[in-house]
Design a protein around this ligand. Structure first.
Ligand code: NAD
Ligand code: UDP
Length: 339
């Protein structure tokens, strides 16, 4: 059993990871500034698991928030989710993204050094493979330049962490490269609750299904894919959360910096998502084809063999589970965590 500091733990992936950490017997301290989440998610995590966690409302860019967190708790490892993640917004306000994600990560790593904590799991993204690598993506491919500022922050942080671990062998760092997280906890008590108009496919689709938005725009149907719409590797958020538990446990007994792809390895098209969602949930989703969205790649998916072999991780949820669980959360919480 270890004590884990979870930055950004009140958010979508963070809250699901807190559930899995608590259920695996670990102690959890969450540090989150609630800029894109609400404390309600953490109340529900505790109600669901019957276990308590510590919450600190703080910012990773504030040295004293971090130092205080490490001084008040005997932390063994950090899982670092905190950051901004909206691709479009990152093109409009790049400096805000560089400050939150890159400068925030530097502050965190420095605070860890001061506190003698050297085990870290970082939320990276498949975007670090850039635009030219063919799928399935493999961890040892040469990384490419992401085509947006959000993705650029992930690449910079990965490289910064790798160089830090090369310079000082006390570090043990996991870079988890997520593909497309969807779904929610089976209970429907926690899930994805984006502020404003969702950018991502799944929350947009469920908001159409629940009657909050008029129709789904499917961005492009002339891509060189099986049905003309983009293909992605959708991964159930609970499988993703389990990968964090395995990665943090792995880091407690290893050193160096290691990247793992966390995806199912199956390319699924946007149209397939919409059609399967309708079938699984017995509901019609109004949709129309519209222009391509700038910057979208036609298709990408993971080779997940390294995570399977080295972490002992396997995704347990299929596409139907992902779509049923996303809908269950949205149906039970039509306005998310807001009353
Ligand atoms: P989220 O926005 O739900 O969670 C991020 C959390 O970090 C929020 O609770 C937010 O309040 C907090 N936060 C932001 N800036 C902070 C700061 N400066 N100090 C303290 N807390 C701060 O997002 P998510 O979908 O759960 O994503 C978690 C991580 O995974 C992010 O780093 C994201 O970039 C990465 N990621 C997400 C996806 C995805 O599709 N959801 C894909 C790949 C990578
Ligand atoms: N997409 C869509 N309509 C939407 C949102 C997304 O057709 O309202 C498509 C998008 O073009 C991409 C896929 O769904 O092909 C996944 O997009 P998302 O933003 O969820 O994740 P990304 O893969 O871009 O990180």
């Amino acid at each position: 059993m270890a004590k884990i500091l979870v930055t950004g733990g009140a958010g979508y992936i963070g809250s699901h990871t807190c559930v899995e950490l608590l259920e695996a017997g670990h102690d959890v301290v969450v540090l989150d500034n609630l800029s894109n989440s609400s404390e309600e998610s953490l109340k529900r995590v505790q109600a669901l698991t019957g276990k308590s966690l510590k919450f600190i409302q703080g910012d990773i860019r504030q040295q004293q928030d971090l130092d205080q967190a490490f001084a008040s708790h005997q932390i063994d490892a950090v899982i670092h989710f905190a950051g901004l993640k909206a691709v479009g917004e990152s093109q409009q306000i790049p400096l805000t993204y560089f400050d939150n994600n890159i400068a925030g990560s530097i502050q965190l790593v420095q605070a860890m050094e001061r506190a003698n904590v050297f085990n870290l799991v970082f939320s990276s993204s498949a975007t670090v493979y850039g635009e030219k690598n063919p799928s399935p993506y493999q961890e040892d491919m040469t990384l490419g330049m992401p085509n947006n500022n959000y993705g650029y922050t992930k690449l910079v942080i990965e490289q910064m962490l790798e160089k830090t671990s090369i310079a000082d062998d006390r570090w043990s760092i996991a870079l988890l490269r997520y593909f497309n997280p969807v779904g929610a906890h089976k209970s429907g008590c926690i899930g994805e609750d984006p502020l404003g108009i969702p950018n991502n496919l799944m929350p947009y689709l469920t908001q159409v299904a629940v009657g909050q938005r008029e129709k789904l725009s499917i961005f492009g149907n002339d891509y060189p894919t099986q049905d003309g719409t983009c293909e992605r590797d959708f991964i159930h958020v609970v499988d993703l959360a389990e990968a964090h538990v395995l990665a943090v446990e792995n880091r407690l007994t290893n050193t160096g910096c290691r990247a793992w792809n966390i995806g199912t390895g199956q390319p699924i098209s946007v149209l397939q998502i919409k059609n399967t969602f309708e079938k699984v949930n017995d509901i019609v989703v109004r949709a129309e084809f519209s222009d391509r969205r700038a910057g979208d790649l036609p298709s990408f998916y993971a080779n997940n063999a390294r995570a399977v072999a080295e972490l002992g991780w396997t995704p347990k949820h299929n596409l139907e589970d992902m779509l049923a669980d996303s809908w269950n959360w949205q149906k039970q919480n039509p306005t998310g965590y807001k009353a």
